[in-house]
Design a protein around this ligand. Sequence first.
Ligand code: NAD
Length: 492
Amino acid sequence: MIRRAAADAPPLVTGFPAARHFIDGVFVEGSGEGVIEVVDPCTEEVVAVVPEGTVEDVDRAVAAAVAARSGWAGQLPRQRSELLHSIADRLAENADELSRLESADTGKPLPVSADDVAQAVDTFRFMAGAVRATTSLAAGEYAQDHLSVILREPLGVIGVVTPWNYPLLMAAWKIAPILAAGNTLVLKPSEQTPLTTLKLAELVADLLPPGVLNVVNGYGAVVGARLAEHPDLGMIALTGSVASGRAVARAAAESLKRVHLELGGKAPVLVFPDADLGAAAAALRVAGFWNSGQECGAACRVLVHESVAGEFVERLVGEVRELVVGEPRGGDGVEVGPMVSRAHFERVAGYLERARKDGVRAAVGGEPLDGPGYFIAPTVLVDVPEGAEVAREEIFGPVITVETFTDEDEAVRRANSVSLGLSASVWTENARLAQSVPSRLDFGTVWVNSHLVLASEVPWGGFKGSGYGRDLSLYALDDFSRTKHVMHNRGR
Ligand code: NAD
């Protein structure tokens, strides 16, 4: 059952942001004729139309970012910091409108959107503080009579491509450290969810010097690809799928620009026999279904010891059965929204259909829900055999799979057997396992007795097919800048 909006419920949003590109400090029409429709995934209705960007639009935005580069890089850390704080203030003052806009565009429950906005604000605040306290190797004499000084410099202009699952938050994760480190940027939001990024540009237009932040709407194959190959960019940073990551890395190779990739995830959840099963099941209710499971760190692949599998599945199914699915206007109790688009809905439904044909049993859910809207029932798939498609590939929907293991080595081997390495969790009360298992896992983040807890101070990013580079924390500031060594001969 889907909790729908009441007939007299007010609309989430009354005015949409300017549906144009944001280049050199102003909203402008694109050079092309094409447009992209933005669809509400709850109603399947078109809510806005944005211009389909062209190579010419990208080049214009890059030229503006190049022109703004030295002015922005020349600001003192304190000045850039104050500006980032002003951006955070502006976002916080408009948090309610931003949350509603994000929900109108993505179908997210309002508390999820509100959390996204709060995290976006915190990202700007953290980077505003961090840029005033950067550290590096101490200046000193490391070669006889020569003084070494290490400088951290901006990379120049950075191209950014963001996904649809956290449109505003992923934009903030890039914009804040990129600006803090003294770079200018051109950002392409997902063609499916451009609205909060355009709103952000509108909100900060009078704060930032023209050209420092530019937004070009459009498709990955045109706008994203042009950013990846553009000779005037120092880096291309993409958050998205593995396929897009590969395309960007290939296109960037020609100019040898730096590449920063935050790609997919397939997070294993290792539940050992001594784990607090109730706590683990309750945590997975959130960590598996937050943002409708459209979450790269989602707790989507349980590996549970065979001795406690029955009890754990019972507890997990009990939690998942209670999840409330609905539209953002369906009330505050809604926990799970729709898939973002028809194409993605069909993709997730296809995984469930093939799993069913292969004999995988759904202990709860397992099917799409009646439309309109792209809703899928929160699902737990059990008796999943090793190597099954649903246990290997990123489904990116409200689906948790459960496999069993017999000993620690098997658990670690199977957890590491997927090509993605973004995040994982380990559930145990045993001190030795809590220490040793995380160190054997090939994942960029490993939680112990927790899952999907993030903070601006700590890095986020993957290993293997999940890409390279880190978002958040001082590591992001490092990634978006370059190290220069200046050596003075003082023996003359
Ligand atoms: P996607 O790869 O389809 O799209 C992401 C962005 O890349 C979009 O803006 C798209 O237009 C662009 N793009 C597509 N092809 C491109 C190309 N050839 N060149 C340049 N840009 C191109 O991904 P999505 O479906 O929007 O997002 C879901 C994916 O993102 C999932 O795999 C998810 O795990 C991943 N993700 C990862 C993180 C993380 O932090 N690791 C965070 C959020 C999402």
